[in-house]
Design a protein around this ligand. Structure first.
Ligand code: FES
Length: 162
């Protein structure tokens, strides 16, 4: 019986989009980075199988694809959460308790810096100053800035994204 979960369909859609990316860039010089970017936009990260296909389609060694994907911070080799939390640990935020806010986030989400929750809801990342020092301590969830944080405010803010 055919799968009813919709995953198969989604997979096909992603596959079609990937084929379109290959069709657009095949044979072009300097295609690797734009192809990696477009592939990551489709999958949310760069699965190994996708990198293998990129190597095959662009006729370059897998080691080169892998090397570029791991060199640039913009590329992610593991699945990322639906919501990306960036917690500032810059000086102004640190002085005003940023580390405690970060500790509370780790405790609430049960993950460490750079990790993603098992349900793929959240990815947690520490960053240096994000230019909102007046609101310290600060975190950004997706496009939303949350300032003047305290550990007590963390659970309620997270609930808005669950
Ligand atoms: S130090 Fe955190 S926003 Fe500047």
């Amino acid at each position: 019986m055919a799968c009813q979960c919709g995953q198969g369909q989604k997979q096909t859609d992603k596959d079609k989009k990937l084929q379109a990316v290959f069709a657009r860039y095949r044979g072009q010089k300097g295609a690797l980075i734009p192809v990696l970017q477009a592939s990551q936009d489709i999958y949310g990260y760069l699965p190994r199988e996708v990198m293998e296909r990129i190597a095959k389609e662009l006729r370059i060694p897998f080691s080169k694809v892998f090397g570029v994907a791991t060199f640039y911070a913009q590329f992610h080799l593991k699945p990322r959460g639906e919501n990306i939390i960036r917690v500032c640990l810059g000086t102004a935020c640190h002085v005003r308790g940023g580390a405690k806010v970060f500790a509370k986030l780790k405790e609430e989400l049960q993950i460490e810096d750079g990790e993603t929750t098992e349900d793929l809801k959240f990815t947690l990342e520490s960053v240096a100053c994000i230019g909102a020092c007046g609101l310290a301590p600060v975190m950004v969830i997706n496009e939303d800035t949350h300032g003047r944080l305290t550990p007590e405010k963390v659970p309620e803010i997270l609930d808005r994204y669950r």
